[in-house]
Design a protein around this ligand. Structure first.
Ligand code: UGA
Length: 436
């Protein structure tokens, strides 16, 4: 089956490469000529473990191609996926659908066969209806079905998430749409990955509800962590204790500096906007957004407190280890590290940072921060080190060396990657999140 993927960003490229790996013929389309040129040279526009290899093997096998020409790319495709960005619209947080609708328009004008048009981008409820309206207004004589098929992959684990999904959600309004989507996902069907067929609006809402629920879970445990600090309890044990209840589940209960990334912050805001538009308030999500925003800056204050408080901070030096919003990505979008660094800079602290992949994208976001060549370089002469992202490389640091390089043996571990007893036994003044 031929599949066209319009938009070769995170979701489009990973999905396209994985569909090709299933054996489909896939064309990835993007307007960005330099991105397509680089893909032809095997250079990935994003850092994602395993992606370059997957792209290379499928290009070699002749199943995966790239083009900037939409008309040529969609010719003969039975499924045309829209996987372009839906950033937060400035001002009101609503998802900006300009790119989605522009693609729908161009597809309508250039369609040369019957096809299913699938929104894979995260789009608010009702977007599929509008895409359908745009396609029919284009006057195409071909049969078109508009389907919603949200993506649940996580950065850093995207390929595995795509190939071994917990579920596939398909929102379709007719048999043509359902049949083509069954064929698209047949390889996963055979793997017995559950496929949930629902109506289109339900599918669109499932995506937002899933992300909002996960953001809520994280925010809940972060507030429990604060309470743990006050009452002398251990949040990791609380997570274990509640997570063993199957109704709650153990995942997404790691307390930390607040969620970031390209999805949770944007999608929670967009869901709030939808709820407002339909006059159906979602107060829990309102609280989640507020609490998470405040938390990032509060984590900066936590680091300031560890070096003696605001009054003693000026002129001190802090090493930040980890800048990306989570490990195994170079993505800096809405990363807690930005607020943490800013809080320190605002107190007159010199900040030196190291991140295995994120420094290039971090530089313009934190111009006052110096980037180091490795963790030890960042730590040398610092009055404290703060772990902001839990890269594996930081778990294996030579802690004796860390201690000898630090000006004062202070470690603020915002991801709870070390054991408090071990750290204190080594002579560190050790602060973590929600643990005594
Ligand atoms: C998230 C969802 O997990 C995916 O299912 C979804 O497809 C994706 O958004 C999307 O909508 O495209 P992602 O943003 O890649 O994926 O990252 P997550 O692993 O979910 O982490 C998000 C943030 O939450 C990170 O800042 C992470 O550090 C934080 N987090 C996560 C915690 O603080 N604690 C946890 O227990 C889990």
């Amino acid at each position: 089956m031929k599949i066209a993927m319009v938009g070769s960003g995170y979701v489009g490229l990973v999905s396209g490469a994985c569909f090709a790996d299933f054996g489909h013929e896939v064309v990835c389309i993007d307007k960005d000529q330099s991105k397509i040129d680089r893909l032809h040279e095997g250079v990935m526009p994003i850092f994602e473990p395993g992606l370059a290899e997957l792209v290379e093997s499928n290009v070699k096998a002749g199943r995966l191609t790239f083009t900037t020409e939409l008309k040529e790319g969609i010719a003969g495709a039975q499924a045309i996926f829209i996987a372009v960005g839906t950033p937060s619209r400035r001002g009101d947080g609503h998802a900006d659908l300009t790119y989605v609708y522009a693609v729908a328009e161009e597809v309508g004008q250039n369609l040369s066969n019957d096809a299913v048009v699938v929104t894979k981008s995260t789009v608010p409820v009702g977007t599929g209806d509008e895409v359908e309206r745009i396609l029919s207004a284009s006057g195409t004589s071909h049969r078109v079905a508009v389907v919603s098929n949200p993506e649940f992959l996580r950065e850093g684990a995207a390929i595995n998430d795509f190939k071994r999904p917990d579920r596939i959600v398909i929102g379709a309004e007719d048999d043509f749409g359902r049949e083509v989507m069954r064929e698209v996902y047949r390889p996963l069907f055979l793997n017995e990955s559950p496929i949930l067929f629902v109506n289109r609006r339900t599918s669109e809402l499932i995506k937002y509800a899933a992300n909002a629920f996960l953001a809520t879970k994280i925010t809940f445990i972060n507030e429990m962590a604060d309470l743990c600090e006050k009452v002398g309890a251990n949040v990791q044990d609380v997570s274990r204790g509640i997570g063993m209840d199957n109704r709650i589940g153990a995942k997404f209960l790691h307390a930390g500096p607040g969620y970031g990334g390209s999805c949770f912050p944007k999608d929670t805001l967009a869901l709030l906007k939808t709820a407002e538009d339909y006059d159906s308030p979602t107060r829990i999500i309102e609280a989640v957004v507020k609490v998470n925003d405040g938390r990032k800056r509060a984590m900066g204050r936590k680091v300031v407190d560890a070096i003696g408080g605001q009054d003693n901070a000026r002129g001190k030096k802090v090493a930040l280890l980890g800048l990306t919003f989570k490990p195994d990505t170079d993505d800096m979008r809405d990363s807690p590290s930005i607020a943490v660094a800013q809080a320190l800079v605002d107190c007159g602290v010199e900040v030196v940072a190291y991140d295995p992949e994120g420094m290039e994208l971090a530089k313009p976001l934190m111009p006052e921060v110096t980037m180091a060549s490795d963790p030890y370089d960042a730590i040398e002469g610092a009055d404290a080190v703060a772990i902001v992202t839990e890269w594996d490389a930081f778990r294996a640091l030579d802690l004796n060396r860390v201690k000898s390089l630090l000006n004062a043996p202070v470690v603020v571990d915002l991801r709870n990657i070390y054991r408090a007893d071990d750290m204190r036994a080594m002579g560190f003044t050790y602060e973590s999140v929600g643990r005594p």
